[in-house]
Design a protein around this ligand. Structure first.
Ligand SMILES: [Zn+2]
Length: 439
């Protein structure tokens, strides 16, 4: 599945990594633990220029199911905020360790870490259950990390080179019963699926619009160290055959390094409204429609779309706009009304709660979280009641909201086409293979 063409870490790597809005979680990874245990007890044998990233996205590896002991070690990752010092960071990351704090306030090496702290850079720490600091890694810049490890001689600090290999992964999945069953079977990481849902969010609701027989072909980045998958990167190209329609997206960055997704002929995929305002997650994707009975759901003169989702699922502004109303309103329960350009309004009903601080007159951008799914008002089950109105009349957002369709800059077009052709060839190959496997 993986191409043998390896790319050594480029300057774009960390930039790209930072762009990934991934949620990190404490993950215990036995083989890596073995490595770090060795490192912390025999520092002189530690490979100096090998950087092992122990962060794994939440859903790609299950948390180990075993009882906790005081020996358990935990990795956490956080981003440096402005005005952070290591002491503030430690407090936030729940490090309770007098020795570490003493070391960090008096040692010259630690002062180097403090001096290098820059907002947005990531810091990873390993502690045990008691909050003792065992290991710390800080991203100094695109190529270097600062590592502090606890050794029998106390803490030792060193700078290491960051070495990861980037692979382009090609994967294909055909949906039988559920999207995630298909992608799990094909070994496609969840973060890739979530990116794809986001890329096509103007056209496809990945909960409602999924059909048996739909085919997903994708090219994405994966980062390896010593043959082990460390991190999933960006989706580079994707083709989704959905209910007989084909959607294709290619990622392309302009000269300033701004990336966006385009159709193969170079038109932006950005749409002025989302197909679904409900955040797509693994949990919401499996939320059975059976738990919600639309027939029983009656707001007088029902004029909208109901999106079944678990209580608490995040609700996004479907387009750029302004909060026109926020509060309780009859059968709608807790409701938010947004005002957009071209006399368009969108309504979000039955919310369990609103995003903290959201108020009338506030400007919101497409995708901003405004509230949470609930069943307030006249609702027989948890769902979002969504309406799309133009001049007060109900409209189909898919036909009213004109696709933006901004074409790629003319002088970038030749280079874009080269990239696009290459990805289209790869997607075509995946598709052929998928079709062949069905015969
Ligand atoms: Zn409704």
């Amino acid at each position: 599945m993986q191409r043998d063409k390896l790319h050594i870490l480029s300057q774009n790597l960390l930039q790209a990594l930072r762009k990934l809005k991934m949620r990190w979680l404490i993950v215990a990874l036995p083989p890596l633990f073995a490595f770090f245990t060795a490192f912390s007890t025999s520092p002189d044998k530690a490979p100096v220029n090998v950087k092992i990233r122990t962060v794994v996205q939440e859903v790609t590896l299950p948390l180990p199911v075993r009882p906790l002991s005081l020996d358990e070690e935990f990795w956490q990752i956080d981003q440096v905020r402005s005005d952070d010092t290591l002491a503030i960071l430690f407090k936030r990351m729940n490090v309770r360790d007098e020795d570490a704090i003493k070391f960090l306030t008096i040692s010259p090496e630690a002062r180097a870490i403090n001096a290098a702290l820059l907002p947005g850079h990531s810091i990873e720490i390993k502690t045990n259950l008691e909050g003792k600091l065992l290991h710390l890694e800080y991203e100094v810049d695109k190529e270097n990390i600062l590592v502090a490890g606890l050794t029998p001689q106390g803490y030792q600090v060193a700078t290491q080179k960051l070495l990861l290999q980037k692979h382009e992964m090609l994967s294909s999945a055909m949906i039988a019963d559920s999207l995630f069953n298909a992608t799990d079977e094909a070994g496609i990481p969840d973060s890739v699926v979530l990116q794809i849902a986001d890329i096509f969010s103007g056209d496809i609701d990945f909960v409602e619009d999924i059909h048996e027989g739909d085919v997903l072909n994708v090219v994405y980045e994966a980062y390896y160290n010593a043959g082990e998958l460390m991190k999933v990167g960006n989706v580079l190209a994707v083709e989704f055959i959905n209910g007989g329609d084909k959607y294709v997206a290619v990622r392309y960055g302009d000269a300033e390094g701004k990336y966006a997704y385009y159709t193969p002929d170079g038109k932006s995929l950005h749409k002025s409204f989302l197909r679904s305002p409900v955040e797509f997650t693994r949990v919401s994707s499996n939320f059975s429609k059976g738990r919600f009975h639309p027939i029983l759901h009656h707001i007088r003169a029902h004029q909208g779309t109901d999106f079944a989702a678990p209580i608490g699922t995040r609700v996004k502004a479907s387009g750029d706009g302004e909060v026109d109303f926020i509060g309780r309103k009859g059968g709608y329960g807790n409701v938010i009304i947004l005002k957009h350009e071209n006399s368009i309004s969108t309504i979000y009903g039955h919310l369990s709660r609103y995003e903290i601080g959201l108020h009338r007159g506030q400007k919101v951008a497409q995708g901003d979280i405004i509230g949470y799914v609930g069943m307030t008002g006249l609702a027989t089950g948890p769902h979002l009641h969504y309406e799309f109105l133009q001049n007060g009349m109900r409209k189909d957002p898919m036909t009213v909201s004109l696709p933006v369709n901004i074409p790629i800059d003319a002088n970038l077009k030749p280079e874009f086409e080269k990239t696009s052709h290459q990805y289209m060839a790869q997607l075509g190959m995946l598709n052929q293979r998928q079709m062949a496997s069905r015969e």
